[in-house]
Design a protein around this ligand. Sequence first.
Ligand SMILES: *[C@@H]1O[C@H](CO)[C@@H](O)[C@H](O)[C@H]1NC(C)=O
Ligand SMILES: *[C@@H]1O[C@H](CO)[C@@H](O)[C@H](O)[C@H]1NC(C)=O
Ligand SMILES: *[C@@H]1O[C@H](CO)[C@@H](O)[C@H](O)[C@H]1NC(C)=O
Ligand SMILES: *[C@@H]1O[C@H](CO)[C@@H](O)[C@H](O)[C@H]1NC(C)=O
Ligand SMILES: [Cu+2]
Length: 812
Amino acid sequence: MEETNKYAVSSGSSDSGRMSGKQACRAQLFGVFLFVLGLVGGLLIGIYAYHGGKDLEVICKNLPESIQMTPTPATTARPNNQTSAATPRPTPAIGQCQHCHRPEPRQPWTGSHPELFAPLTADEMQAVYNFLVDNNYVHRRGLDEMVTLRTNYAPYMALYARVNVIRGDRMVPDYMEYKVGPLDRPDSITALALVQDGELTFNSRPYDYMETALYERIVTPDFKILEPLTKESFDGAYYPRENNDFAFWYFNGPPGDKGDERETRFIAYLNPLAPNGYDFLEHDFLPLSATIHCPGNVYEDWYIHSYYYLNQGPFANATALMEAYNAGTIRKFAHPKGYRNTILDRHLPDRDVDEPFRPKSRMPPPRAYEPEGPRYSIVGHTVSWMGWEFSATSGQLRGPALFDIKFKGESIAYEIALNEIGVVYGSGSAAQTNIIYTDSSYGIGEYYGIIKTVDCPEHSTLLETSHWDVYLSKPVVHKSICVYEADGQNALWRHKGYEFEGGLRNNFLVVRLSATIDNYDYIIEWHFYLDGKIYTIVSASGYIQGAFWDDQNPFMGTDKSRDSFGYRVNDFTHGQIHDHMFGFKVDLDIAGTNNTMEVVHWKTGDVVTALRSQVPSVNGIPPYFLNNITRYLEYEIIEREAAYSIEMSMPKFWTVVNENKRNKWGAMRGYHIQPLTTAAQTLTDAHPALPALSFTRHHCTVTKRKESEQYLSSTSDVNRLDKPIEHLEKMLEDNEYIRDTDIVNWVTVGFLHLPTSEDSPMTNRVESGFMLKPFNFFDKTAVFDLPAYLNTRGDWRTERPPPFSPCLEPEP
Ligand SMILES: *[C@@H]1O[C@H](CO)[C@@H](O)[C@H](O)[C@H]1NC(C)=O
Ligand SMILES: *[C@@H]1O[C@H](CO)[C@@H](O)[C@H](O)[C@H]1NC(C)=O
Ligand SMILES: *[C@@H]1O[C@H](CO)[C@@H](O)[C@H](O)[C@H]1NC(C)=O
Ligand SMILES: *[C@@H]1O[C@H](CO)[C@@H](O)[C@H](O)[C@H]1NC(C)=O
Ligand SMILES: [Cu+2]
């Protein structure tokens, strides 16, 4: 593929940016934004607590003066009778306590060129779809049309208008990827095939609803056969769909070790919302599973085999299982009568009404607000705050992304984006053993939108994302990105000495997206610091994918609360172990695109060796060294593509520097990539998930930037473990020279998830991430252009952060 200037703004040629222009609807979309959420909050915490949060207007008018006068917690009492010299704040006049002034931080994009990195708009997606239909790449599908795999359809449209098409009407069906554009000139849209016909086998395509809707047809008659078993075992539950007693989980990947096979293991679970609704509660899987043989698209030939009941099997078909059950040749299980009425209570994440409230838990907690409105501004999806500027966006498959990140006008990074999430389970439960997921296959960026009052503070601004819904054949737009300035409520720096004291409150800008991938919720966020640091933080919440807890499990040891794969976490739930590995593309452009990877080794050794690492001719220890052993540094410029892992006992500072740009002290300007992770890939190379998940092998891999190397995996690689086409280690094969060129670091962080009883019913935020920290990038600590706090004995120098008057949070 043609390589292009990645910063190019011209439409139609840039693959790394979007090819699209913006259409008129953009302004209208902005009109739809509403960002003030939730409740009217309190005033200052102290005021709220003092008055118990009653009528706010009245409280404002009757405030004791002492409370009105102390709006900032920054003043400190000092020993030695040094006054803290707090600058008197403007005292709000009686009755002045009004809603905070909140100028709108957002403006529509009005640039003469398209906003390069914004998500596709609904209109753009529709235009792509229309183009694909008009040119016979896909078939238009009416909602009333039967589900069939014998048409061509596009399950995804990703950022960059990369479109995947499942081609079910071909003699040999396959799976294609196209680049479609330019979107700003609907008359001249073209589609460029990114793979050869047939290169991606039909059987390696990701799962989607078009397929699982067909599964239903062959599962239904089998569950009619199994009805006596299901009724007896599962508290009277039976299935056909009208009753909705069961739901089925069809996604236990992979569907085979080879790309030309397709077998789908599925499990039944109870649907406590029947008959009125349905939601994912894979938490409570039943000990009844089987495999659907489902290659190709002649689904009349598909069949179900390998039934298991309480891990007993395989039975060739439902009849064989039913016969064994009736003959009493297999062990049976039965839920207690009435069990199904307890499921919602167990798993719906609502307050336990039997438990008393904790003291004061019904009082509103502290709140943050903006006394004079947001300190950031947003044009389209381009955010500016305190010297930072970047685009906050998302794509359908890979999810959250930042582009074109600048600080004080200098480039820091072209792209920091989630690229893939790999999850591998260890389980002893039929149909769940050896599960391997790559979450891009399920569309990380198919958000459901934010949860008001939970995901983000009320003073956030929300931006839209979009994705293509294959089943409905239409674009879906949600407010999924929240942007706000956080009060870290701690010090970014502080020093308190004899003659002076000072510090800077740690405010940072947050960009957050929360993705639901069936049972799990992933929260991806960035924190931009005043001193040039960027934190990338990932966390997981939601429902674990549990297994059935079988208390007669023959593979359980003497402790009957656990087995080789995890603990019992509820009456019938086993929490099986797995990991969550998040792979990010980190394309730093430190003061320009040509950068160099330098690893600084933090070492311990004898003094002569330490000195010789710089001056090889040294042959003795200078007399002023007390010991023969010392800490020292070794600097290693990385000439060729390479991969690194964290070794606690051999610390390394992974830095990206610009060899041509030096700071005032002569050091190469750079940034340090510091993982904040506790996990590493523990699977050995013998595991079939590697190399498809080769990005999980290392915490950091540096490659030359290429248009053709954008992804850590293909969305179908997990279904083609024997021959992944797009994995990280493939990028290393050419061993390219990478010094003083445009490089990308692929950073993988994550956690090992060992579910315990506290994961039932809900996993609470587990976190990992990495930090990008200036590394000789500035001449000094990059915060001394900001108003901060300083006191000196005798007041020869005092500084104060901006004063403010209290006000009420804006109305929702
Ligand atoms: C503390 O300083 C204040 C003002 O400078 C002065 O009025 C007061 O007498 C001092 N108190 C003591 C205990 O030195
Ligand atoms: C079910 O499996 C059994 C055992 O393999 C076999 O004998 C029987 O013919 C199968 N029944 C059907 C309906 O396929
Ligand atoms: C310092 O340590 C090195 C390595 O152990 C050793 O070879 C050398 O003799 C030591 N020198 C002195 C002066 O002890
Ligand atoms: C960056 O390096 C490449 C060689 O890797 C060179 O061709 C190009 O001119 C350099 N660009 C700049 C801006 O220095
Ligand atoms: Cu987990």
